[in-house]
Design a protein. Structure first.
Length: 191
């Protein structure tokens, strides 16, 4: 018992510098928990069961910001830009000096109607649903040069944004020559 009391006295009477050193020591390390056994290796079939595809509209709804549709003001600008880019591309490919008309009508505080008209070659009737309603559809993929636009994403993304935010279809009027019949479409994308 005397040795326990002497030990306590020594600890109390230790100089302050030693007491600080003692407290600056790291606390005793806790033992690490036992390592988990590695999970059983998974096969390609197991991994395949977890994979799924998503629709383009689902991807677009979750990633609007990647395509320039993160807010209404930017979406309006992106829509006009993509429409004008398409008009310029079509006129350039046809060898025609572009004559482009852009109209923006404000229908309400947050709703706009955008109309873009050009003197390009027009769009063949069978191609209209693909160009305006299918992402990653276009004629720029084979080129090895930089060009304007988003190579098959822009105008269809603009149409999808309009549909998702207003519920209204995209209206397209096209003809392939001054004496050719015009074709009008009301396009709704399955979102």
């Amino acid at each position: 018992m005397a040795s326990k009391a002497a030990g306590k006295r020594r600890a109390r009477s230790a100089p302050a510098s030693k007491a600080k050193k003692a407290s600056s020591r790291p606390a005793a390390r806790k033992p690490k928990p036992a390592a988990r056994a590695p999970a059983a290796a998974r096969t390609a079939k197991d991994l395949a069961k977890q994979q799924r595809d998503i629709s383009v509209s689902e991807f677009f709804a979750k990633n609007r910001h990647l395509l320039g549709f993160d807010n209404p003001s930017k979406a309006l600008l992106t829509t006009v830009k993509e429409g004008v880019d398409n008009s310029l591309d079509a006129c350039e490919e046809a060898g025609v000096l572009p004559d482009i008309r852009v109209e923006i009508a404000q229908l309400s505080e947050t709703r706009f109607c955008i109309a873009i008209q050009d003197n390009g070659p027009g769009i063949v009737r069978a191609q209209v649903p693909k160009i305006f309603g299918q992402l990653l559809y276009g004629s720029k993929f084979h080129r090895l040069r930089q060009s304007r636009g988003q190579q098959g994403i822009g105008i269809s993304a603009a149409g999808m944004y309009g549909l998702l935010t207003t519920g209204k279809p995209i209206s397209i009027l096209t003809r392939t020559g001054p004496k050719k019949d015009a074709h009008q479409f009301e396009l709704v994308i399955d979102t």
